[in-house]
Design a binder for this molecule. Structure first.
Ligand code: GDP
Ligand code: MG
Length: 175
């Protein structure tokens, strides 16, 4: 059961400027700051309530773009994955697609809870990736999918993180 689980580790991956830090901080603080300048990976510890059980969550907000090097060590560390792209940046969608493929190759046998997040949906006028594209990708990789805006409101981001946490805790409790 969820009650027996102490900690779940989540890594946030995606292209530069996709909004990895913005969604992480939005989830943790319900605020949008605007500029997130850290060039280091940041590890957050957070206590959550999943299905009325208190649990620990560690969230690793990565700063390096996955276009350079696949972060195999962080993938090994994590129980679950948040893969972020910007709906206003086609290239970030390609990076996300590549990350999904490589995560699944890397974890091979084990089931990896993954959520694909199309961020910046407030920038409708600048949209370069359709909802259908995101949906299709999530079906292909059998992962969860949400379009969100870290800038607009905490609601979508919070719901998305709760959803991946729920899957991660239930998956971990099976092992
Ligand atoms: P990271 O490099 O993936 O961590 O991206 P950041 O979180 O630093 O965000 C990159 C830029 O996009 C910053 O200027 C943010 O203010 C902006 N940004 C992040 N999320 C959103 C969003 O949902 N909407 C809009 N309009 N801008 C966003
Ligand atoms: Mg960042």
């Amino acid at each position: 059961t969820v009650a027996s689980m102490s900690c779940v580790r989540i890594v946030v991956l995606g292209a530069r400027k996709a909004g990895k830090s913005a969604v992480t901080v939005r989830y943790l603080t319900r605020r949008f700051i605007g500029e997130y300048s850290s060039s280091k990976d940041l590890l957050y510890r957070h206590e959550v309530c999943v299905d009325s059980h208190h649990c620990q969550v560690e969230i690793l907000d990565t700063s390096r773009s996955q276009d350079d090097v696949f972060p195999a060590d962080k993938v090994d560390w994590a129980d679950a994955f948040v893969v972020v792209y910007s709906t206003a940046d086609r290239r970030s969608f390609q990076v996300a697609t590549d990350s999904l493929r490589r995560i699944q190759q890397h974890v091979a046998g084990r089931h990896a809870p993954i959520i694909l997040l199309g961020n910046k949906k407030d920038l409708e006028h600048a949209r370069q990736v359709s909802v259908d594209d995101g949906q299709e990708m999530s079906l292909q990789f059998q992962c969860q999918f949400y379009e969100v805006s870290a800038a607009d409101t905490h609601v979508g981001v919070t719901v998305a993180f709760q959803s991946i946490l729920r899957e991660a805790f239930s998956q971990k409790s099976k092992r």
